[in-house]
Design a protein around this ligand. Sequence first.
Ligand code: OOG
Ligand code: MG
Length: 259
Amino acid sequence: MKQSEILEAAQYVYHGEKYKHEIVKLTDDKWPNLTVEEAYQIQKEVLKLREADGHTIYAPKMGLTSKAKWEQMGVDSPIVGYVFKDMLEENFTVKVSDYIHPRIEPEISFVMKNEISGDVTIEEVLENTDYILSSAEVIDSRYLNFDFTLTDVIADNTSASGAVFGVEKYPVEQLDLVTEKAVFKLNGDVVVEGTGEAVLGHPALAIAELAKHLAKEGKTVPTGVPIMTGGMTSAVLIKPGDEVEISYTNLETIKIKVE
Ligand code: OOG
Ligand code: MG
């Protein structure tokens, strides 16, 4: 793809996000052979367009790290995107009219104390972790019917659109992140549940994937900000009036009011 096409694709995707309308996916339309590398170039331009609109990057995030998500979305490769400051939900409330077709998914988040980069082990991730937070992500694919291929979703900043982080900080050595379980209740009924093991076998491996990805751009995993490791369950569609409650084995419960 020429640079002009990368920009054209980025503008097309960002228009869908900015004006909250569904778009036909890139690979259905002009770019059926979009590569992963081109998709990340488009994503980079989408991030720049968001920044040009006055928004600021908050933290990177990992996506498509669990079998539950792979089965739901039909894409089975981890991806990296970015959460912006304006995506942080206030007062544990999500307003559906701010989105196209929002879904919520439970995630374990890491806050790092030391920068890591390149090939790192689970142990190295854990040693360099400051603390863990419970979290929930609001995803909102800009694509029609939430239908996309790997490269489409990368270009669309991994459907990033909202995030809710718990406030309670948990020292990583006090937790077993493999067995840590999230139970997702919608209006009082359990709809999905999953453990940390679902996330690449160990959520720290999602951070290791991020370290590998960022190293290719000469970057390190940032410290001091919560980094989501990917949905532990399939994502759940929400509508106004819904009450979401995600309870974890040890981590703080996240309750979200949907308006
Ligand atoms: C892509 C976003 C993936 C996750 O946690 O798996 C993601 C999507 O499912 O729309 O954030
Ligand atoms: Mg997610």
